[in-house]
Write a new protein. Structure first.
Length: 349
């Protein structure tokens, strides 16, 4: 049970709290009869001592009951500033990602583009403690694998789970829209959209306008990690014939990204080492302050409750010791006649 910033682990003990009122109505101190109240002069000090001892009794009982209930101070989230970014990863799962960088099915120790990217992205996650990650996969349709979180072990597991063969069609527009939706509009700090793909597709002009509006609203830093198959055209190569999105989709996707008005950079990688180098460059570029929330654990207040109960008991024990007349008891003990021993009784007989 928690009320505000305080709580108790076993609230059932609190039903005993009314017992703390007993010292206000009953006293365990020794009473001395006085024939008439007028015979006793007014004594303010005695009245204050009596009130103090009643309060000590209330404190002792209530402290013990609260200690048995297990009090604690509720933990509160604390916002701090670290170095990192919100990184939404959009990973291509089209059929071509199951091929190697040489454009063939992997055999032996060869790695597919999907396997290499999964391995290197898993190393990238967790390299900085305060990065937030979201994972989206796409081919014909996008799929949210992991929403934005700071649980890096869960993010690595989500990346490792993208191991099923994808479809041949690449719907980039819907994937970009879902990856952008992982950023909270009200959050602050650096936002990064990391797009990992080995190809592109034509984006409808009407969809382009919606994507431009989303990019303008969130203004993320956009990185395209283009896993280029060896021998395939570069995103910067003009086609020999007609220069249209259908003829050179990767080139025109790059031009579309450049027209968004957000920080954008493309990396072309033709092997796992180039992918690792590109990821390292992206990590080095994104070193901006980011606010993050760190939960503060609750504080155990049982010791404090026992200390208050001990203070009340200490005052009551002092009062009891003040009432005892140890000197009179010692004198009375010294005047008691010694008992006769058995040999003395026999001699007297």
């Amino acid at each position: 049970m928690t009320v505000g910033s305080l709580g108790v682990a076993s609230p059932i003990w609190l039903w005993l709290l009314p017992l703390a009122l007993l010292p206000l109505f009953a006293s365990g101190r020794r009473r001395a009869s006085v024939p008439a109240l007028a015979a006793a002069p007014a004594d303010a000090a005695s009245r204050w001592i009596a009130r103090l001892l009643r309060g000590a009794g209330v404190l002792a009982v209530s402290g013990l009951v609260v200690a048995l209930a297990g009090p604690y101070g509720a933990g509160a989230p604390v916002t701090q500033i670290g170095i990192g970014a919100q990184i939404s990863m959009l990973i291509d799962r089209s059929g071509s990602m199951n091929e190697t960088f040489a454009g063939r099915q992997p055999s032996g120790a060869e790695e597919s583009k999907a396997a290499a990217s999964r391995r290197l992205l898993a190393d990238f996650v967790g390299a900085r403690a305060h990065d937030l990650f979201a994972v989206t996969a796409f081919s014909t349709a996008p799929m949210l694998v992991m929403p934005m979180t700071d649980r890096h072990a869960a993010v690595r597991a989500a990346i490792a789970a993208i191991d099923r063969p994808g479809l041949d069609y690449t719907n980039v527009a819907r994937g970009l829209a879902m990856a952008l939706s992982q950023f909270a509009p009200e959050s602050s700090g650096s936002r990064v959209l990391l797009f990992i793909s080995d190809g592109a597709a034509v984006i409808d002009p009407r969809v382009q306008d919606a994507l431009r509006a989303a990019f303008a609203k969130l203004h993320p830093n956009l990185y395209w990690l283009f896993l280029r198959t060896k021998g395939s055209p570069s995103i910067h190569d003009r086609p020999a014939g007609e220069d249209t999105p259908q003829a050179a989709p990767e080139r025109h996707l790059d031009l579309f990204f450049q027209s968004l008005g957000v920080p954008y950079r493309a990396f072309e990688a033709e092997g796992a080492p180039a992918v690792a180098d590109a990821i390292a460059q992206i990590a080095a570029l994104e070193r901006n302050p980011i606010p993050y929330t760190e939960p503060r654990p609750r504080r155990d207040l049982t010791g404090f409750a026992y200390a208050l109960a001990g203070l009340g008991l200490f005052l009551l024990v002092l009062a009891a010791l003040a009432e005892a007349d140890f000197l009179a008891a010692r004198v009375a003990g010294s005047t008691v006649p010694e008992q006769a021993t058995e040999p003395d009784i026999r001699r007297a007989a």
